[in-house]
Design a protein around this ligand. Sequence first.
Ligand SMILES: [Zn+2]
Length: 175
Amino acid sequence: MALAWALGSGTLLAQPASVSSAFDLIRPEAVGASIVSNRATAAIIVDGKLQGLVDDLIARSTAFRRQWQRLSRQPRLTLRIELVHHRHVLDAHAATTVVVQPDGSQEATVAVPASTRLAELVAHEVEHVLERLDGVRVATQHSLGDGSVRKASGTFETARAVLVGQVVAAEFRPR
Ligand SMILES: [Zn+2]
């Protein structure tokens, strides 16, 4: 997580509609169930300790619903979202791995440590999964000097994931 270099949160709160429309295409009204196992769509396995949060995010955040809808529709994707102890993630940061199997199916694991910013962390890491599904090669972009990608804690950070995490957190916050 790195927050200081993207848009300020005040800007996000002032213009949520324009911000969220910039990063996805799915209509929010088309949202379905939170867990599906049909292999024509994604298999999403949410840690029992995070299921309540994910349900609340789907209910309260338009941006997160868009993320979830895109994930759910992805064929041959298995996604696990796990709550882990801090010592299991580098520098206590959330971590996402995506492994492409020989048959072309993709197995993604999102590991988030307990945090007061869990909503933002989950949305941020889910966006990294979507980046991979979109074919974004963040290491390549970084080496080419793309300013929207920067190296952080031995991994790569993207403006896109930072922004989505902030948008979802702002929508999730009680009003
Ligand atoms: Zn990140």
